[in-house]
Design a protein around this ligand. Structure first.
Ligand SMILES: [Zn+2]
Length: 463
């Protein structure tokens, strides 16, 4: 007799028998560094050799598309339609990884080989994102094996350019709306809040990067002969920045303060655990950021401004001269309730109003993600949370949005879907750094959570 427990037991056996590790090693071995132009053929090979045969075996009809943007890699769409009257789940993953950084991994580890050590599996892409879409597709396979059918339709979208800003993804989805039409997006990327508690998030913060430049004159001038006569661009830039945020990082531009931290969102954030824990990054600074807000509200419910890099003169070899220029590379991470299209115009108005007309704003030319968020009271959120709780035996952490950024706007805005993300990694996973890894216990639990969830979707009676 097919059962929910049966599907979860299959997922557990898949992990315990070592097949998950073998499959993960096979995916990690593709050197899919999208930031490295030499590896472009690997992007296609991942779809052709790793994804397409597996999905085809599971009954998906697959097509691989060239990216409409020449900067982007190929995209795969697989469809498994059991009955057009059934609900359709779209899932997403990215098969590209960031640079290998081969020379920086510690002894005994190598980016494209999965190494098991204690409770961890190391390798580039284990967490971001190969391990995560592997878990989801494997969970579908186990439900299929147990039930003989899924009871719903699935579409899979795999892109190969997420780590370079998902070039072409939005244009592709806009052009293929019909092919990608669905009732919900359920996908996995990013970290859990704590490794041993399931997490859901329903959107992400957006980000805007720009340079602030003060360029007064050609060359530097002797600070004895000219000091007191020539304006110092570094001082002017520092004051301009100090007009944007105060000394504890509180944003001073009214248009940059989001309108979305409602009582509902505050309630959703209230019980989330404190963010710092042993081994998962630095201690947070309690007295940094918006004074009235809790740490969870600051990172998930508010905007933050940062100076990512700044320079004037030659810091490595200073001389007694007044520099001609100063420059800062800055970023605003923002949540919904911020007018994306007014972020840089509002900054211009603010700087002008404070006498900083001489500070130029140059937007960065890389693609960036817009902020998105699904209402935590959406029925899909409740449904997924109930399913995860049944499988895990405890309630998941529910974040209105991820603090980091994802191409979620493509799914929520362009495809118009409710979006629910169930991350399988944790914040100490060294994603985007050497020694990237996943925690075995988390992977095993994630396989059972997703098998339970896909079982439940097939059994549900949609309203
Ligand atoms: Zn990444």
């Amino acid at each position: 007799m097919a059962s929910r427990e049966g599907a979860i037991a299959r997922a557990g056996a898949y992990f315990d028998e070592g097949t998950f590790k073998e499959d993960l090693a096979r995916l990690v071995a593709f050197e899919t560094e999208s930031q490295n132009p030499d590896q472009k053929p690997e992007l296609r090979r991942y779809l052709d050799e790793a994804m397409l045969p597996w999905l085809t075996e599971l009954g998906f009809t697959c097509r691989i598309f060239d990216n409409p943007d020449p900067r982007g890699g190929p995209l795969l769409v697989g469809e498994r339609i059991e009955d057009p009257a059934f609900e359709t789940v779209l899932t997403y993953g990215h098969g590209d990884v960031i640079r290998a950084q081969s020379d920086q991994w510690r002894a005994g580890l190598a980016p494209f080989t999965v190494v098991e050590e204690g409770d961890r599996l190391y390798g580039r892409g284990t967490a971001d994102n190969k391990g995560q879409h592997l878990i989801n597709i494997a969970a579908l396979a186990h439900v299929l094996a147990e039930r003989g059918s899924l009871g719903f339709n699935v579409k899979v979208l795999i892109e190969m350019s997420e780590e370079t800003g998902s070039a072409g993804l939005a244009a592709f989805c806009a052009a293929e709306r019909e092919l990608l039409s669905a009732d919900v997006l359920i996908a996995s990327d990013g970290p859990r809040l704590q490794p041993d508690t399931p997490t859901m998030f329903m959107g992400s913060r957006g980000g805007v990067n720009f340079d602030l430049i003060v360029n007064f004159r050609e060359g530097a001038h002797h600070s004895g002969n000219w000091g007191g006569l020539l304006a110092d661009p570094a001082t002017v830039l520092a004051h301009a920045i100090a007009s944007i945020v105060d000394a504890r990082g509180q944003i001073q531009i009214p248009e940059w303060r989001p309108t979305s931290l409602t009582p509902d969102i505050r309630a959703a954030l209230r019980d989330l655990p404190i963010l710092s824990e042993e081994g998962s990054g630095p201690r947070i600074d309690e007295d940094w950021g918006e004074e009235e807000l809790s740490p969870a509200e600051r990172v998930f419910g508010w905007n933050s401004f940062a100076v990512l890099a700044m320079k004037s003169g030659v810091p490595e070899a200073p001389v007694n001269a007044i520099s001609g220029w100063a420059k800062a590379h800055c970023q605003l991470r923002y949540v919904v309730g911020t007018d994306t299209d007014d972020i840089l115009p509002a900054l211009r108005r603010h700087l002008d109003a404070h006498g900083f007309q001489m500070v130029e704003i140059t937007p960065a030319d890389r693609v960036f993600f817009r902020a998105t968020r699904l209402d935590p009271s959406d029925p899909w959120v409740t449904f997924v949370a109930t399913s995860l709780e049944e499988s895990a035996g405890k309630a998941p952490h529910i974040l209105p949005n991820l603090a980091g950024s994802l191409p979620n706007d493509t799914f929520s805005e362009i495809l118009g879907l409710p979006t629910v993300w169930v991350p399988h990694s944790y914040r100490g996973c060294s994603q985007h750094a050497p020694n990237e890894h996943v925690v075995k216990a988390t992977c095993r639990e994630a396989l059972s959570l997703m098998a339970g969830l896909f079982w439940d979707i097939g059994a549900r009676k949609p309203a």
